[in-house]
Design a protein around this ligand. Structure first.
Ligand code: XIL
Length: 321
């Protein structure tokens, strides 16, 4: 919502994009003040901007372990009616929020990041999983579908381009589909490192999704200017050292990034059932990667710190021309 409040950012949005996503203001930590009490103000501002400029809105994200306010889980977990109480709160939240944005949001990330990074299928430390077990996915999707029959309902996760993580996510998806849970598509976040994964790995993730008859959305694309070991995101150790300043990022790094953006958009162009691609941010002035997993200079997007098109922008434009 910061971007629509800034005149030059709003201009950049209008010029290059036809879909926008709220980075934070549609999450339960913003909207879900307490049971039955909602803060829709910032999200409504975004939706109004989109509508005024002929843009569409992707909803992100109804149910996520990182944005799960404590009021959903209040009570004694040992009580006989605890589970039913949490289920009722979840159903009410999803119903009310999807109803509020009905007709204005073309797709919702209903459940974000349900799959584990480890050996279990599910992310078992999620408060949703702890309270409701795997049923939380069914409950959320069914409530969303009942509230808006026309919006597309997505399950969204990161690292879907890696076979292990994708296998865990798809086993959740396949089981839910077999129970008749209304999942329309898989969201592939695509937070990529400078040189991995390959475009071919991304292509495989999109193909596996299409093979299930599901839609794909690329939901959070960015390409870091670093290559980190797995320990960097897992425990913030071993992360690549940041460049001293934005101006000191080597031109060769920005060129590598551009080449990768170009390859990816060629894959996107030919992929089946891929109907939306979103970048996770607008220009290098603001990216969540500046502080995640560690604080350092970053430049993961298509426009630079002065909102000028980067080599990455040119590469994308050429790929989709
Ligand atoms: C991030 C936002 O960009 C940050 O501003 C916020 O502090 C934390 O969340 N996967 C997701 C997004 O699905 O919602 C996350 O967004 C980035 C990782």
């Amino acid at each position: 919502v910061r971007d629509v409040r800034s005149a030059p950012d709003a201009e950049l949005l209008r010029r290059h994009f036809n879909s926008i996503t709220a980075e934070n203001v549609m999450k339960a930590t913003t909207i879900g003040v307490s049971e039955g009490v909602y803060n829709y103000g910032p999200a409504d501002e975004l939706v109004a901007f989109a509508r005024a400029n002929g843009m569409q809105v992707r909803g992100h994200a109804l149910v996520w372990h990182q944005t799960a306010p404590a009021w959903f889980f209040a009570g004694d977990p040992a009580a006989a009616d605890y589970r039913a109480t949490v289920q009722r709160r979840l159903e009410r939240y999803v119903t009310d929020v999807v109803t509020h944005f009905r007709g204005q949001v073309y797709a919702w990330d209903v459940v974000n990041e349900p799959a584990s990074d480890g050996s279990t299928t599910w992310r078992e430390d999620s408060p949703w999983y702890r309270a409701l077990g795997p049923d939380y996915v069914d409950i959320a999707f069914r409530a969303a579908r009942a509230a808006d029959p026309d919006t597309k309902l997505f399950i969204n996760d990161y690292n879907t381009e890696f076979a292990g993580k994708r296998g865990r996510l798809m086993s959740i998806v396949d089981a839910a589909l077999s129970r008749g849970v209304p999942i329309d598509g898989v969201g592939h976040q695509l937070h990529l490192q400078l040189t991995t994964p390959t475009a071919a790995q991304v292509e495989q993730a999109l193909a596996d999704t299409a093979a299930r008859g599901l839609m794909s959305h690329v939901t959070e694309l960015d390409i870091s200017i670093y290559d980190d070991p797995g320990s960097c995101s897992a425990s913030r150790t071993g992360c690549a050292t940041g460049y001293p300043s934005y101006a000191e990022i080597p031109a060769s790094v920005l060129q590598t990034q551009a080449t990768r953006y170009g390859e990816l958009f060629r894959v996107f162009r030919r992929a089946q059932n891929l109907t939306s691609v979103s970048l996770w941010g607008l220009s290098d002035l603001n990216s969540w990667l500046e502080t995640f997993p560690v604080r350092r200079v970053q430049a993961p997007l298509l426009f630079d710190e002065q909102r000028r098109p980067k080599p990455a922008f040119t590469a994308v434009a050429q790929s989709i021309a």
